[in-house]
Design a binder for this molecule. Sequence first.
Ligand code: SF4
Length: 812
Amino acid sequence: MQKRLKQKLQQGGSFLVIAEVTAGLHFNFTPIERFLKGFAEQGYQAIPKGFDFVSISVPQNPGGMANIEPVDVLGRIKLKNLLNGLDFLPHISCKDHNTDALVSMLNGFRSADVESLLVLTGDKPIRSKGVFELEALGLLRVIKHLNSHIFASARTDRLDKAYRYFPGAAVSPFKYTEPSQMQQYFKMEKKIASGARFLITQLGWDWKKSQELFSYTRENNIDVPIIGYVYMLANNKILERMHAVDVTGCFVSDRLLAKVKSETLDDHIDRAAQQVAMYKSMGAAGVDIGGVHDFDTFTKILNRAAEIGPDWEKYKDNLYWPLEGGWYLYDDDGKKVPLSKPRKKLKHRVFNGFHSMLFDRKHCGFHVFRAVMKFLGTKKGKGFFYKAFFCNEKLFKYVLFNCAECGDCYLPENFSICTIGDCEKGMDNAPCGDSTADGRCGNNLDIMCVGEKIYNCAAAEGNIDVLRRRINPSRNPALEHTASILNYLFEKDHTMTHPFISIGESVHASIPNTGQIMRKLADLGPDAYEKDSPQLDYIKALIQSQAADGADYIAVNVDAFGETDPQTAVDIMKQYVKLVRKFSDGVPVCVDSSNDDVLIAGLKEWYDTDEPVKPPMLNSVKTYTMHNVLPLKKHFDFVFIGLLMSEDKPTGPGGSHSIDELFGLAKQLFDEATKKYGFAPHEIFLDSTVFPLAIDMPMQPDVPGYTYRAFETMKKIKSDSKMKDVHCSLGVSNCVRDLPGRKIGVMRAYVHTAMKYGCDAGIVNPRHKLYTGEPAPELMELVSAYAKMDGSTEKCNDAMALMSNFCRNTKK
Ligand code: SF4
């Protein structure tokens, strides 16, 4: 039967064993084949009781040298039928593949039904140029994003069968300086936050350091399974290279070198076995055994480990080869040592001073600087003044920061340190695991690891907690070799804000498939929203995928639950608000309901946490309900969508609201919200409601269309001197109801047209990114015709002719 690492790790209960198998030089498959043939001959009965041999792991171009790709290894293994029920754990690294290539590789693994992956930044290539467009965190986030999309679009009746990647990541407790070690622990936490489901340690021979890792994870309530990497040291070239700091990230002390050189093969096996027993006793989920080339030696290690059992402490001396004077997070009594507080360096002070004077958007220096640069025409990214500025920027930033012209500058986020120019891998999120025992870069011993520098600057600023949490998004490769300062000034870099606020619409109980899952989830009982289930995973995927697609808010609507008992909707909203808070990566919730009790309960629940959260959104508030909801502003910060509808009978043409009436409702909401309840204009979103284009046909002459009225109302609101800073929002999906096709295209054209009238927010599927790209001209023409349908026969005929053409062509 096929074993699954994922399943075993999720179930727990057995001590897992993975064998790391590597091809020989010159793409030689023989060592892998020999190992697996040995296993085929001896079978599982050669593995001692208490050890569950579950998988082989295959490094990708280890040591930065070209070798057989893991997917190719898998192909050959399958061809020769050598897996014998074992799982296959490929390493996937960012060193020699760009983002697209990694996504393609992931797709290959999906087709081959490989779920578990070990995600690594990877070794710096020896002969080729390293890519590192992503590093481990970036790749984990790509995988998380893929997983959410795969799951959110899976068949809802087969969720338990839906495929998902199960990524793991590396962690090294074997660093001997405070900055390097703490950065490793922080990065481990960031890897988990980015989606790592298990961890495999770096190799190292210091039981105190191994124990430190388990103490740290316990102290910080990290329950992700940890697999100890056990590398069998032998008297060979690798040993010499590790000792000579020629294998990055590994530390072999002089004493350990001498000891291993004096030993026999049995001694080497014994040390590896002692380490296996040690990890088992410390609470690891399993071990990954490397440096072993034949199945006999592999089973000897396991059998000896079984003999040692819990008595590993007898061999502590043989597992303790530290750096003399090396740093440990806990003292011998298990007490945490105080962390250092270095002084700010002059360069760091100069950077901070400059930054706050010229680049802080709250500072007038920023606005003057920006205005001058705009006046000189540098925003276009070309011309004399642009080139002159870029030339000076390059010189200045190169001399001061080793700037490598990425164009998407993270100096402020990295406490004045450049992770491109100052790092051999040019990583978005430093460090990797390659630093030496004394904190130098393992790929260039002449420099300190950039992770050390960042840590020291963060500690000097008293901002270690910020460093601990901060995950930099991947840089925009299109900005490479452009002026980063101008990109920042004109919001072309990662600080860019979008011209359209997206409110993700997918968690809505009235959407048939989603509603069905939401009901099934509710039926699972009181702990349904905490206990793993395919239904909960589906909701998680909806939340995560919208957050990853750039939603500014994640809307939740559970009104369908309140049809018979309104209290049910209140209770369920609270659960969904918690889920958004937990899984949205900081994107705030939009509590969407026509029931004020649900809105109020959702708002209160959002703030029922000690964690800092962004202000949520409430949708919707009307003139006749605002006095129930808006007073809460005094106690809870929030923004709201005000719906332009009233209980009074409309008096406009055709028996619906006129533009003046809609504007009057907007003004009423605005005045009350700002004057009575203390809302700033930008905290108010006004929604003039979207009518489906397919039925937006006035039945009487001289009656303008609904789309016309909605758009003209927005225009009027945005032209009002007091209301110009409010947001105009629309429930965009409504516009395509009953259309025969091209719905995304029509919505894109609708948003682009609406934006011309002042719309800057919408309830949408953020994945569609409706505000970007060029809408099809014929669809723009169609929507524009509706936007202009002012009641005249001519405009009405234009719109109808375009609509019938559209329907005819689309049906074809
Ligand atoms: S500077 Fe640090 S993070 Fe960069 S490659 Fe070297 S060891 Fe890795």
